[in-house]
Design a protein around this ligand. Structure first.
Ligand code: PMM
Length: 265
C-alpha cells in the first residue's frame, strides 16, 4: 500500500504533495513502482496534529481520489476518520476506507457496508493530539488484539463482510518505541488471533529512527527490514512511502519462500 499524503503537515512528507497534480503524479509513480493499493489521506495523524475540518479534508482528497481512480490501475483507499469524507471518496470511486480511529465516527462502518467497500480498522490509544503523552499497557499485544476484535465485530454488526476486513495494530499511535517493537516481535500472535488480514504501517516512524538514526535513507532502510519481518510473521499488507523498494524486497522474499529457482534462471 503506497502512501499519498495530501497534507501540509504529515511527519515525513508533509507539504510535498499538497498540490493535486503533484499528489496524482506521486500516486501513479508509486503504482508503477509496485504498489498494489494507493492510500490517499488529507488529515495528518502525526503525534500532536490538530483535527482538520471535513470540508478542508474533502477539498484536499477528492480531486486526487477522482483522478487516481481514473488513471491508476490499482485500487484507491481513503485514509480518513470521517464518515462524510469516506462516503464522498467511495462515491468518487475509492474502494477501501482506512480508518485509523476504527469507527469512532459512528456512521463510518455503515457507509463502508452500504458501498460494499473494504475496511481497515486500526488501533490507537487516545487521539493524535495527545496519544504520545505517556501511553500505557499491561500487555500491549493482548490489549491491541482485544480492541481490534471488538472493532471488527462492530464493523460486521454494521454490515461489513468479513472478507472485506483488515486490521492494523497502529504502530506509533499511542505507543512507545518499546510497545512498537513488542507488537512487531509478537505479530504472529495478533495474526493468529484476529483472523482477518493484518496491515502494518511502519514507514519512517520514530521507533525505526531510534534503531538506525533519523536520516531519510536510514529510515527507509529500516522500514524495509520491518516490512520483510512483518510479512514473514504473517502480515498481508504493508503501508509505506517508498512502495517500489518494499515491492522489490517482498518480491525477493516471495522467491525465497517459494524456493522459486525459476525466478533467477
Ligand atoms: N500511519 C499513518 C497514517 N495512516 N493508517 C494505517 N492503517 N496504519 C498506519 O500505521 C498509519 C495510517 C501515519 O503515517 P503518515 O503520516 O506517514 O501517513
Amino acid at each position: 500500500m503506497g502512501i499519498v499524503n495530501v497534507t501540509p503537515d504529515s511527519f515525513s512528507d508533509g507539504g510535498a504533495f499538497l498540490d493535486p497534480d503533484a499528489a496524482v503524479a506521486h500516486g501513479l509513480a508509486l503504482a508503477a513502482a509496485g504498489a498494489d493499493v494507493l492510500d490517499v489521506g488529507g488529515e495528518s495523524t502525526r503525534p500532536g496534529a490538530d483535527p482538520v475540518p471535513a470540508d478542508e479534508e474533502l477539498a484536499r482528497v477528492l480531486p486526487v481520489v477522482r483522478r487516481l481512480v481514473a488513471e491508476a490501475t490499482v485500487p484507491v483507499s481513503i485514509d480518513t476518520r470521517k464518515a462524510s469524507v469516506a462516503a464522498a471518496s467511495l462515491a468518487a470511486g475509492a474502494t477501501i476506507v482506512n480508518d485509523v480511529a476504527a469507527g469512532a465516527d459512528r456512521e463510518l462502518f455503515g457507509v463502508v457496508a452500504s458501498a460494499g467497500a473494504g475496511l481497515v480498522v486500526m488501533h490507537m490509544q487516545g487521539e493524535p493530539r495527545t496519544m504520545q503523552h505517556d501511553p500505557h499497557y499491561d500487555d500491549v499485544v493482548v490489549e491491541v488484539g482485544d480492541f481490534l476484535l471488538d472493532r471488527l465485530a462492530a464493523a460486521r454488526d454494521a454490515g461489513v463482510h468479513t472478507a472485506s476486513l483488515c486490521a492494523d495494530p497502529g504502530l506509533g499511535f499511542g505507543k512507545t518505541p518499546t510497545h512498537n517493537v513488542e507488537l512487531l516481535a509478537r505479530l504472529g500472535e495478533l495474526v493468529a488471533r484476529v483472523e482477518v488480514p493484518i496491515l502494518v504501517g511502519p514507514s519512517r516512524k520514530s521507533f525505526i529512527t531510534r534503531i538506525v538514526g533519523d536520516d531519510l535513507a536510514a529510515r527507509d532502510d529500516g522500514t524495509l527490514a520491518v516490512a520483510v519481518w512483518a510479512v514473514e510473521q504473517g502480515a498481508r499488507i504493508v503501508r509505506v512511502h517508498d512502495a517500489g523498494a518494499a515491492a522489490d524486497a517482498l518480491h525477493v522474499l516471495d522467491v525465497m519462500a517459494a524456493a522459486d529457482a525459476e525466478a533467477v534462471a
